[in-house]
Design a protein around this ligand. Structure first.
Ligand code: LLP
Length: 463
């Protein structure tokens, strides 16, 4: 496509955003391995491939928009977490990041456990054959039906989130003639450096039972008294998309402090602690996430040190990474529909999806990267904003991005690092159909979650 056929947008010098896109990258065709799935590459024709398959072929076969998931990468990351924590710890993948039956099978095969937080996630896990004892059931308001189902299924642990729930779970377990293994989720009063909506350990929010004021100690007292419960440990999750380990350090210190108080008061050493998930990934080249082995080392050292100084046996540690496993493994493939250069401002690039397949930009001001993937281009960079097709001006997928000036309708662009919290938070806003998830591995692609159809939409509409 010649540049004259498509007028270039404003030059990047006109309106420079702050942060990551303050300057165009040296090479718009380069694919930073930090943000792209492991098997992503650009072939000699300039077309991006994943698992050995060209994105142009994927678009032809499965349509756009589509989430494209690199199965080898998913398995490698799951394995890296498993190996890093070793035999003395447990890794629970947080299903809320993205869950499907194929994913459950991969996790099972790679030796990971699974954290679910709703009846729907539990049903998905069980229907794909995840052994119930390797499932942890979370949530701040589990329904009585959900609790009963989880206890009947024999889930390995239920994470108790309130005083009411302590009684509810005990009651269900007792009436079913069983003892349910439980942890108590506490809030340790840590301010995680992340977006307010995804920070969860400060006290003024809905999750957990505050350590402050002795509430957590009281919850433990009550749980230990109830026959239907076997209290196995304390749980803390401080937030999401965190890079700084100091929050975990403070959390571990306070959780171990509670274990010590429990030992002193009840003569019981609880055998487990769960430090939750929340480890950050790279959405742009500016992000520097830690490797699982560094995280495992840091967390294990903190807990061991704290326990030694409290003269406690070191409990078995568990963690619950979601984003850090699935996030980097997928990208969203879109077709460009319109390109609108606004003089002196920026170029608006409309794609065939939007806030219904990625709400994170609108909800958290999340930053993403983007690249032209159906061809290489040596056109100059223009400052662009990638927007969706929804009837809303906040329908932004990538707020600030440099794309080549010759970008044109029909080109395919891809947004990397959309494996976590995109399909799982997708909506039908404007009755837009949710995209499929296509898994690729070793030159083969298969749909693991199919594209929604108008029939699916109309099936729910029974009026
Ligand atoms: N464990 C618990 C108890 C959690 O609540 C969460 C996430 C995780 C583990 C996994 O966190 P991860 O490792 O994936 O950060 N929708 C937001 C994130 C919400 C996270 C909710 N809980 C986002 O798109 O950033």
């Amino acid at each position: 496509m010649s540049r004259s056929a498509h007028p270039a947008g404003p030059r990047h010098a006109d309106v420079l955003p702050e942060g990551h896109y303050a300057a165009p990258p040296a090479d718009l065709n380069a694919l930073d391995p930090k943000v792209w799935a492991q098997t992503v590459d650009r072939n000699e024709d300039g077309v991006v491939t994943v698992g050995g398959i060209a994105v142009t072929r994927l678009a032809e076969e499965y349509g756009t928009p589509a989430y494209v998931l690199d199965e080898a990468d998913f398995r490698a990351r799951a394995r890296a977490w498993r190996t890093a924590f070793g035999a003395d710890a447990d890794v629970f993948y947080a299903g809320k990041a993205f869950l499907s039956r194929a994913v459950v099978r991969w996790l099972d095969e790679e030796g990971l456990n699974l954290d679910v937080c709703s009846g729907g996630e539990l049903a998905t896990a069980l229907s794909a054959g995840m052994p119930a004892e390797r499932i942890a059931f979370h949530g701040n308001n589990k329904s009585p039906q959900e609790i009963e189902r989880a206890v009947r299924a024999g889930v390995g642990r239920i994470v108790l989130d309130s005083f009411q729930e302590i009684v509810r779970v005990a009651h269900v377990a007792q009436s079913l003639g069983t003892r349910q293994r439980v942890q108590i989720r506490i809030t340790v009063g840590v301010e995680a450096h992340t977006h307010e909506f995804i920070a969860t350990a400060h006290e003024d929010q809905k999750f957990g039972i505050p350590l402050a004021g002795g509430q957590a100690a009281e919850a433990v007292r009550r749980a230990l008294r109830l026959d239907g419960l076997e209290l196995i440990g304390i749980h803390s999750h401080i937030g999401s998309q965190i890079f700084d380990m100091s929050g975990f350090e403070v959390a571990a210190h306070r959780v171990v402090g509670l274990l010590k108080d429990i030992r002193d008061e009840h003569g019981v050493e609880l055998p487990e602690i769960d430090l939750g998930g929340g480890l950050g990934i790279a959405y742009t080249s500016d992000d520097d996430p830690r490797e699982p082995h560094e995280i495992a080392k840091a967390l294990t050292e903190i807990v061991t040190r704290e326990c030694e100084s409290a003269r406690l046996r070191t409990p078995r540690i568990s963690v619950e990474p979601g984003r850090a496993i699935v996030g980097p493994t997928a990208f969203t493939l879109y077709e460009v529909g319109t390109v609108k250069p606004l003089e002196g401002l920026r170029t608006y690039v409309s794609v065939d999806g939007g806030m219904s397949d990625n709400i994170r930009t609108a909800l958290y001001d999340a930053e993403y990267s983007v690249a032209l993937v159906s061809r290489a281009s040596d056109a100059e960079p223009v400052l662009a904003r990638v927007v969706g097709k929804h009837c809303e001006s906040g329908d932004i997928v990538v707020r600030d991005a440099f794309l080549p000036a010759d970008l044109a309708p029909g080109d395919l662009i891809a947004v990397p690092a959309t494996g976590a919290y995109c399909r799982s938070m997708a909506s039908n806003y404007n009755h837009v159909l949710r995209p499929p998830v296509v898994a690729v591995r070793d030159g083969e692609a298969r749909v693991i979650v199919r594209r929604e159809t108008e029939e699916d939409l109309l099936r729910l509409d029974v009026g």
